[in-house]
Design a protein around this ligand. Sequence first.
Ligand SMILES: [Zn+2]
Length: 205
Amino acid sequence: MADNYLEYKMEDMRSGRLGQAKKFVPRKRVAAAKQEGEQFKKIASFTIDHTRLEPGIYVSRRDVTPCGDVITTFDVRMTRPNREAAIDPKALHAMEHLVATYLRNDAVWKDRIVYWGPMGCCTGNYLLVSGDYSSGDVMELVRSAMRFVAGFEGEIPGASARDCGNYTFMDLDGAKEAARRYLNEFEAPSFSLQYPDATDKASGQ
Ligand SMILES: [Zn+2]
């Protein structure tokens, strides 16, 4: 029933009877899937063994959009999850403003940056880039962004009531300290570009 419904909509779309905005019917699909007894799949990033994860840069996923574009999601892991303190959310918020600003001004990468933002567990950030890239491709970009944060002085870009939803929720010193620690990790032998036991040779190096 649900698939027929979707097929019907797709046919409508192909024949131009539906506008672009009516293309997808996610709520009905989810409800129908539940009725049919389908289980939600564990998403890929929950299958990584976080107890063995070291600071590094990992390819979390590569997605192909319906338009055919590849989006690479990097796991920019800054701490050892569950083995050392996570980063304070205020520090991550300040870092988000600074790194997002930095990346979107980078002469080479600015047009390929889709998103930078904190992980909910506060042990790192996600970087989304338009294109099919490996961890090594963005390593120097991430490192230079962290140098920018570590040395930043002055007003945090966008830290105002007009520009941000919680502009006093920021810790610049905490962001600088987290960036310095992460920069030290770049030099450590444990710094990694590939998830533990990753079998997908295409992810990372
Ligand atoms: Zn903000």
